[in-house]
Each structure stands twice: as C-alpha cells, then as structure tokens.
Design a protein around this ligand. Sequence first.
Ligand SMILES: [Fe+2]
Ligand SMILES: [Fe+2]
Length: 157
Amino acid sequence: MTIYQRITADHKRHRELLDKIESTEGDSRDRRQCWEAFFYDVKAHAAAEEETLYAKLIATEDGQPDARHSVHEHQELDHIMDELDEMDMSSPGWLQRFKTLKHDYLHHIEEEEEDIFKRARQEIDSAVADKLADNFEQRKDKERELVDKKAEEALEH
Ligand SMILES: [Fe+2]
Ligand SMILES: [Fe+2]
C-alpha cells in the first residue's frame, strides 16, 4: 500500500462521518459518538500526514509551497474543530459551524487527493512512498495515544 492509498482510506471514513454527523440532531448520543470519532481520527491523521508525507514534500523545492499551504489549512481546521468541541451541541450555532468545517475539510481533502498527491508523486520516489505508508500508520497510533493522554489530563484538572 502506498501512502496515497492509506491517506485516501482515512478520507473515505472522514467523509462518511461528516455526512453522518450532519444528519444527527442536537446533543444526541449519535452526534456525540460520531463527532468524537471524527475529532480524534482527524487530529491523528493530520499529525501523521505532517510527519510523513508533508515532511518529505516540504524538503523538496517544488513541493514546498504545496506542503506549506496544506499544513496551514491543518491549523485552520484544527482551530474550528477545537471551537466545535467546546460548543454546546444542542445550540443551533453548532450545526452551522459544523457545516463550515465540513465544507472546509472536504475542500482540504479533495485538494490533497488531486493536487498534493500529484505533486508528491513527482517529487517522492515510489519506494519511499510505500515506506511512508508504514510510517504513517505508526505515527497515527502514537498521535492517538498522545491525544488520549491529553484528554485524560484535561479530565484530571
Ligand atoms: Fe491533511
Ligand atoms: Fe488528509
């Protein structure tokens, strides 16, 4: 499996979760569960991308602008996600803000699948791209542990 297939598999799940969340209502168990799944998986996914694909791409002259652009979008998305995580899910504003996130996130992953991957295929050797898929998996597991740890610490305080 290449890093591109690995990332696309995550995106597929993220698209499904976005649709599911949008179809839920208020502060329901469904919305809470889907949101939590999305929140943690996207955070780990973005961190793993940055430490594998984008770390490689940013080191190339032609790939650097694209990599910077995407990492900047990660920061913006992260900000909206944290905002939503703090908001009251039963407020009408929650779904409205969520729709902005959905729109921006879909734009981000479409750009990755179409433009970034194309650029990366030109810049990164395919043998390296295969190896990156393994690294991605490992980094994602690690990031998930970190996120869980942070959540636990937040609960303790
Ligand atoms: Fe991304
Ligand atoms: Fe992604």
